[in-house]
Write a protein that binds this ligand. Sequence first.
Ligand code: AMP
Length: 421
Amino acid sequence: MKLESVRGMRDILPEEAVLWQRLEGEIRALFALYGYKEIRPPVVEPAELFARGVGEATDIVHKEMYVFPDKKGQMLALRPEATASVVRAYIEHGLYAKGDLAKLYYLGPMFRYEKPQKGRQRQFHQYGVEALGSLDPALDAEVIDLAWHLMERVGLSREGLFLRLNSIGCREDRPAYREALRAHFSARREELCADCQRRLAENPLRILDCKEPQCQEAIAAAPKSLDYLCPSCRAHFEELLSLLGDLGLAYTLDPRLVRGIDYYTRTVFELCSRELGAQDALLGGGRYDDLVEVLGGPPTPGVGFAGGMERLVLVLSQRQPLDAAAPDLDAYVVPIGAEARRKALELLAQLRRRGVAADLDYLGRSLRKAMSVAARRARYALLLGPDELAQGRLTLKDLRTGQSSSLLLGEFLANPRAFLA
Ligand code: AMP
């Protein structure tokens, strides 16, 4: 049997991993600039957490979650998202008792049994922030500003992106809106796809999310959540829009945006790319003012977003193809002869301890072949032959200019950086 990776779960090979590392670095640095601290919840959680937090009837839990019993029969899940985990940890460790906002971020793999396609995997990676403890619309604006800022920072221009924004109100507003949708869609039941007919009974809000062509007309005519907001949700949303205006952040009001997770209240948004196909959402988020309570904590509002690493990598590598040939080393050590090789191993160990990225040939290549590897992988070649050994020197060759210079080994090792650009 040929062993291959599981469908929808892919290897990120070294040349692509370089881009991941850069992005992860940018993401961490930016989150820290906004005062978020990292949290690393486990990948496996009680299945119940997501059933209660994300919602039993959502596609994520109902159809896509990897669930399995452990050896004692406890039902576990591979996390399909991290907000519920972060909130569980927030409650479990009493982070609310610290008397301040908890601003947390995470990076890591998530799992959903979805149909794999471009921009959609079964193991994918999300970065995200969660700000727990305030209802202030300024915090919604901060989170949206952070999302925009992140895109700029990784090199995506505002023109290629758009922000979809909506408010779906609080739990007091929801029943009336749900009923209005139910009445609207019930009258047009025959037009709807089979999934939406089921959603009509379970949660008519999710019909708004449907991409099936046959449902689009009924969706376009559906009642809008903004018309069902209570005065306080309306004021919250208006304040958010005004703050986004002050910050010069563009948005498109999208009455269809409800997002496929039950815990959202009030603000929901998605930042999308014009350069991706059907799966165009780079990140999505919103408020979840009831989630902490639903999961057993004290009533605590929250707001955050999660973004897909794969989609970011996709857009960035569409613009600039990955460079497999980029040199990864400062220096490649090329010994000539057995005695020089022993000295070279010692030199290598010392260089690495001085922070110089260096390597040498382990395949017994000829001098010519070793030099061609050096030219591909490093900026400098360090040549050690019998003459050099006898004089306690080495030859440093700049592989870009072709210039060589002879250096005293001791002098070079005292401060190799002085000789390497
Ligand atoms: P969600 O947790 O569904 O709100 O998704 C947030 C973001 O995660 C999306 O905007 C995508 O960028 C990414 N994402 C969600 N599901 C997948 C998936 N199956 N494969 C790749 N990225 C995903």
